[in-house]
Design a protein around this ligand. Structure first.
Ligand SMILES: Nc1ncnc2c1ncn2[C@@H]1O[C@H](COP(=O)(O)OP(=O)(O)OP(=O)(O)O)[C@@H](O)[C@H]1O
Ligand SMILES: O=C(O)[C@H](O)COP(=O)(O)O
Length: 402
């Protein structure tokens, strides 16, 4: 990552403002611990051990949503992961925040309040405009440097992500460095051998965008999940029962059908669809059916079948690089985890270069007892991962370039 300054370029003992992405699931008002805390703890711990006065910025949720809560609980969770106290002040850049910053000694860590509670944080504007906000102009002068570790939020042109980078000497944190390198690999690296991409999940537009952008980078797309069913349907298989809250096979079908058919027509040789599918039988157990036997108005399919898993695993074993976007089935239900777990285990069993992305999909790794260390990289990014895969530049990364 030579075009960025990193923590290696910071002089120990300074006062640094560090942007993390601690955006987390919130259930009944309780912030849920997740791998973002563990990853960012590495950056925070390093800075504290090097005697920096460390002030953290992060966001949580979006205004108006249930997940839009204070960062008070985040400070406690982060503290567990860092292994030292993380102070919290319920203020972003007012007098209380400035006084708390002033009180810090070397090695102290302080988390400020949810950046999205500050009016100037959110409207997406260019970095120069964000650098001129009162938020940035008040806080920046009390720091020697700015560290952005929030790769997973770097697609947003918000004050805390782009404004401070112009107002202070800007550095990439350890998470920013590793996420950037792994996630841009497919767009920027050349692989000698086969490049395979496992595509699933429920987000039709993400899938279409990724496949369109990567047609000439990826040798084989292995499809599953709801995304795979969209392709099966476009290929003439009468599947497509929407899951609750979605209408991919109804209202949205028309909007996507032509594009998906176009992808199949143009790149059919690269695209592999499920051979068999799994569903819930009358007794509640998992049952499978060959794709050729699926009848019109059949049931909802919740996973790819076992023949598909074997075939996909064989392709993965012959690949030099494998990228994963989206799950092959409803893996949260053990009965329908075989597809997702099967391909992840196949990846873990080879020494190929691998990146597993998407917040939901990467959760399957810990749910089913796999080791993160068996994968090249497990990304903590969702929207930013998709953008990186499609070769889009992230504004929060661009402003860090020297
Ligand atoms: N056939 C299916 N039926 C129902 N749900 C499915 C099916 N296949 C996959 N899923 C669901 O898809 C979800 C993952 O899809 P999503 O598109 O959100 O992927 P992601 O990239 O991991 O997440 P994110 O973009 O939110 O970080 C999983 O929670 C899984 O339960
Ligand atoms: O959780 C994420 O993907 C990032 O923190 C970005 O959050 P946002 O989509 O609410 O901007």
């Amino acid at each position: 990552m030579t075009s960025f300054k990193t923590l290696d370029d910071l002089e120990d003992g300074q006062r640094v403002l560090v942007r993390l992405d601690l955006n987390s699931p919130v259930e009944d008002g309780e912030v849920q611990d997740n791998r973002r805390f563990d990853r960012h703890a590495e950056t925070v711990r390093e800075l504290a051990e090097r005697d920096f006065r460390v002030v953290l910025l992060a966001h949580q949720g979006r205004p108006g949503r249930d997940t839009f809560v204070s960062l008070e609980q985040h400070a406690d969770i982060l503290s567990e992961h860092v292994g030292r106290p993380v102070q919290f002040v319920p203020d972003t850049f007012g007098d209380d925040a400035l006084a708390a910053i002033d009180d810090l000694d070397g090695g102290d860590v302080l988390l400020l309040e949810n950046t999205r509670m500050c009016d100037e944080e959110l409207p997406e504007e260019d970095p120069e405009t964000k650098a001129e906000t009162e938020f940035v102009e008040t806080l920046a002068p009390v720091f020697d440097g700015y560290v952005n570790d929030a790769y997973s939020a770097a697609h947003r042109s918000h004050a805390s992500l782009v404004g401070f980078a112009l107002a202070l000497p800007a550095h990439a944190g350890r998470v920013m460095e590793t996420e950037y390198e792994a996630n841009t690999a497919i767009a920027e690296r050349e692989f000698d051998g086969e490049v395979t991409m496992v595509v699933g999940g429920t987000k039709a537009t993400d899938v279409i965008d990724v496949m369109t952008a990567l047609e000439d980078k990826v040798d084989t797309f292995l499809l599953g999940g709801i995304a795979g069913e969209l392709f099966l349907r476009a290929d003439g298989v009468p599947v497509g029962r929407d899951i609750e809250g979605m209408d991919l096979f109804d209202d949205q079908w028309e909007a996507n059908e032509e594009t998906i058919r176009g992808l199949i027509d143009d790149y059919g040789d690269q695209i592999r669809l499920a051979l068999d599918l799994a569903f819930e039988a009358e007794g509640g157990e998992r049952a499978e059916i060959e794709v050729g036997d699926v009848a019109e108005k059949d049931r909802a399919f919740l996973d790819v079948g076992s023949n598909t898993v074997s075939e996909y695993a064989a392709t993965i074993e012959e690949s030099e690089a494998v990228f994963v976007k989206g799950a092959l089935g409803l893996f949260e239900d053990e009965r329908f985890a075989d597809g997702t777990v099967g391909v992840l285990e196949a990846i873990a069993g080879t020494d190929c270069f691998s990146v597993v992305g998407g917040g939901d999909t990467s959760r399957a790794i810990e749910m089913y007892g796999m080791e993160e260390s068996d994968f090249g990289h497990v990304s903590i990014a969702g929207g930013a991962y998709i953008r990186a895969l499609t070769g889009e530049r992230l504004v929060g990364v661009e402003v860090l370039r020297e």
